[in-house]
Design a protein around this ligand. Structure first.
Ligand code: FES
Length: 87
């Protein structure tokens, strides 16, 4: 599990081992738009303000992955205990 801070609302939620970032955000009323939900289309991409994503998508380029500035929220998780997203 890891914690996600939704910067725009100032709310925090814990993403459980069995759920996605998108699902966890939905629990606190934050809707991330999705389409494929398989890490392919990029619809659910969010800006990362703090923390390192654990990229599990097939959408971002290697450069984008290495920047730690973007995350594909339907699939990816976190390498750190906490991610801060611009959502
Ligand atoms: Fe398609 Fe997340 S919804 S990549």
């Amino acid at each position: 599990p890891f914690e996600v801070v939704a910067k725009r609302s100032g709310r925090t939620v814990t993403v459980g081992a069995g759920e996605t970032l998108v699902a966890a955000l939905a629990r606190i009323g934050i809707r991330v738009q999705v389409s494929c939900e398989q890490g392919i289309c990029g619809t659910c991409m969010c800006d990362v303000l703090e923390g390192r994503p654990d990229h599990r998508d097939a959408f971002l380029t290697d450069e984008e992955r290495d920047s730690n500035e973007l995350i594909i929220a339907c699939r990816s998780r976190a390498l750190d205990d906490r991610l801060v997203l611009d959502v």
